[in-house]
Ligand binder design. Structure first.
Ligand code: ADP
Ligand code: MG
Length: 140
């Protein structure tokens, strides 16, 4: 298996409830290493640029408002098969469909306020990591 990096975001619903450490423990228990991390407050425009791929979806405006509503923790996770592994640890988008033990099953509040973001493929992981981090900020 190849060592990969993926972009993760701990979303406002989770930072507001002080769940950063509990969510990070899930990543580390799954063998993912947090090789970069910072807590930031996105503007609505920055959230919109990050989620531009979803701009035609009916929930886009709500999603951008939500992502700008409180701080987020952006992070780079590294490990074998990190992109798919993180998606497994996160669970399904809608917490009602998420497997037991996943972050979204345990912590998400709704399909929109679902605690975490994770890149979905190698090309998006690369783009999303460089949206938030310079090479100097990632220490593997
Ligand atoms: P994922 O985050 O699992 O990759 P998507 O890329 O499909 O899911 O959607 C991006 C984000 O948009 C979701 O994590 C969620 O916050 C929000 N979202 C997705 N579907 C809905 C929906 N039906 N209603 C409200 N928000 C949604
Ligand atoms: Mg997605």
């Amino acid at each position: 298996m190849a060592t990969e990096r993926t972009l993760s975001i701990i979303k406002p619903d989770a930072t507001k409830r002080n769940l950063t450490g509990k969510i990070n423990a899930k990543f580390e228990e799954a063998g993912l290493r947090i090789v970069a991390q910072k807590r930031i407050q996105l503007s609505k425009a920055q959230a919109g640029a990050f989620y531009a791929v979803h701009k035609e979806r009916p929930f886009y405006d709500e999603l951008c408002e939500f992502m700008a509503s409180a701080p987020v923790v952006v992070q780079v996770l590294e490990g074998d098969n990190a992109i798919a592994k993180n998606r497994e640890v996160m669970g399904a988008t809608n917490p009602a469909d998420a497997d037991a033990g996943t972050i979204r099953a345990e912590f998400a509040e709704s399909v929109g306020e679902n605690s975490v973001h994770g890149s979905d493929a190698p090309d998006t992981a690369k783009e999303e990591i460089s949206f938030f981090f310079s090479g100097l900020e990632i220490v593997g």
